[in-house]
Design a protein around this ligand. Structure first.
Ligand code: UD1
Ligand code: PEP
Length: 420
């Protein structure tokens, strides 16, 4: 059933909001649960559609689980896992299901995962994952749409990623935990979610050195054990609420965050003139001041995250002047632009740069969510647009934001979920 958000703009957000566990951490961690013969217990798992899709994929593989949604605890039993096909219907809902390739290859020396295509934000190839799996000893072919990986034995090797790839790094780390000898990954991604995965694997008994650096060394072990691990807070959800407070001239305390994960983003938000007080594990955003134009360009961590580009653009719509927003990770991650223009925004595209003339008043309209973060940006714009904004196709947003409208309503927003 399709649903939409109906937002009445103009309410200033006030109060406290608690950030959920990171979707982009929970997904690789759930995939990693099949590396241990007994499973894994995860805490602070967000109840979002992508997590439910990953659980469906795990169920197909024979995993049994108990998800206590009230406190985000998932207890996973992977003792009866069999390597079966991960079909198109799972992959089309969620690209991150490619993260099952690494663990399946590691534990069973074979993986059958439907080949992912591109998506709304870009082509999204997995050639770097495949090349690395081959270096570890896997054969690869595509048959009837499935990517089939098989190995007699996996052996550590030197892997250099030409481009920083987050899921590629995660997949190869997981593939190599049992590989004989040592695997070296150079130019590894250092996103906090990659670090979270490594920390969990370490507790499970994996041998990984260089965690948090671009150079990882993994020594193969015999097996991994079941442990408890708490998923890190979602830095992208936190950043989204920072912008929500700023654009509504509100005052919001954003709790349960790791502020250092947001350093680059927060420095740009502060350059824009937003008052942010950084505490040990919370942020207090006071959005009363005038917004200045600030240029950003996205890049791998610790650069400005592509997953906050669309939301930052909405902040720039409030700025007095022109800002340039350059997207370097995905070739098509500007689909929110035309929708924001419908609300009255003045944004022009020049290749992979959006030129945003801030300060134009926005007026509510019907707009369509095209991908996860684009959806969040449209909600943010609706919060201060004059009149009513209806954001259609919010299933995109439900992939990655837990109880988004409930959290906004608690802060005083006027937002309702309705049948479309
Ligand atoms: C580096 C980066 O910011 N990655 C983002 C990317 O991760 P995700 O893991 O989805 O994408 P990658 O990090 O793998 O992709 C980074 C870049 O490398 C290219 N590529 C990737 C793999 C491959 O085999 N071949 C190849 O050419 C991609 O097309 C892209 O231009 O999207 C996620 C969801 O929006 C974000 O959370 C991540 O922060
Ligand atoms: C686009 C995202 O997710 P995915 O890589 O699963 O498409 C995201 O988290 O912003």
């Amino acid at each position: 059933m399709l649903e939409k958000f109906v937002i009445k703009g103009g309410k200033s957000l006030k109060g406290k909001v608690r950030i959920s566990g990171a979707k982009n951490s929970a997904l690789p961690l759930l995939a990693a649960s099949i590396l241990s013969e007994n499973g894994l217990t995860l805490e602070n798992v967000p109840d979002v559609a992508d997590v439910r899709t990953m659980l469906k994929a795990l169920e197909l593989l024979g995993v049994k689980y108990n998800f206590k949604k009230e406190n985000g605890i998932i207890d996973i039993d992977s003792s009866n896992v069999k390597p079966c096909e991960i079909p198109y219907d799972i992959i089309r809902r969620m690209r991150a299901s490619v993260l099952l390739m690494g663990p399946l290859l590691a534990r069973f020396k074979k993986a059958y995962v439907y080949t992912p295509g591109g998506c709304a934000i870009g082509a999204r190839p997995i050639d770097l994952h495949i090349e690395a799996f081959k270096k570890l000893g896997a054969d690869y072919k595509v048959k009837e749409g499935y990517s089939i990986l098989k190995a007699k034995k996996l052996k550590g090797n030197f892997i250099y990623f030409d481009k920083v790839t987050v899921t590629g790094t995660e997949n190869v780390i997981m593939a190599s935990v049992f590989a004989a000898g040592e695997t070296i990954i150079e130019n590894a991604a250092i996103e906090p979610e990659v670090v979270d995965l490594c920390n969990c694997l370490l507790k499970m008994g994996a041998k990984i050195e260089g965690i948090g650096t671009k150079s990882l060394r993994i020594k193969g072990v015999e097996s991994l054990k079941k442990i408890n691990h708490t998923v890190i807070p979602d830095r992208i959800e936190a950043g989204t609420f920072v912008i929500a407070a700023a654009v509504t001239k509100g005052r919001v305390e954003i709790e349960s965050v790791i502020p250092s994960h947001l350093d680059t983003f927060l420095s740009k938000v502060k350059d824009a003139g937003v008052n942010v007080e950084v505490k040990e594990d919370s942020l207090i955003v006071d959005g009363g001041s005038t917004i200045n134009p600030v240029d950003i360009e996205t890049s791998p961590y610790p650069g400005f995250p592509t997953d906050l580009q669309a939301q930052f653009m909405v902040l720039m719509l409030k700025a007095k002047g022109v800002s340039h927003i350059k997207e370097n990770i995905f070739e098509n991650r500007f689909q929110h632009v035309q929708e924001l223009v419908r609300l009255g925004a003045d944004i022009k595209l020049d290749g992979n740069t959006a030129i945003v003339k801030g300060g134009k008043p926005l007026t509510g309209a019907d707009v369509m969510a095209t991908d996860l973060r684009a959806s969040a940006s449209l909600v943010l714009a609706g919060l201060f647009a004059k009149g009513v904004t209806r954001v259609h196709r919010i299933y995109h947003l439900d992939r990655g934001y837990e109880k988004f409208e409930e959290k906004l309503i608690k802060l005083g927003a006027s937002i309702k979920r309705e049948k479309d």
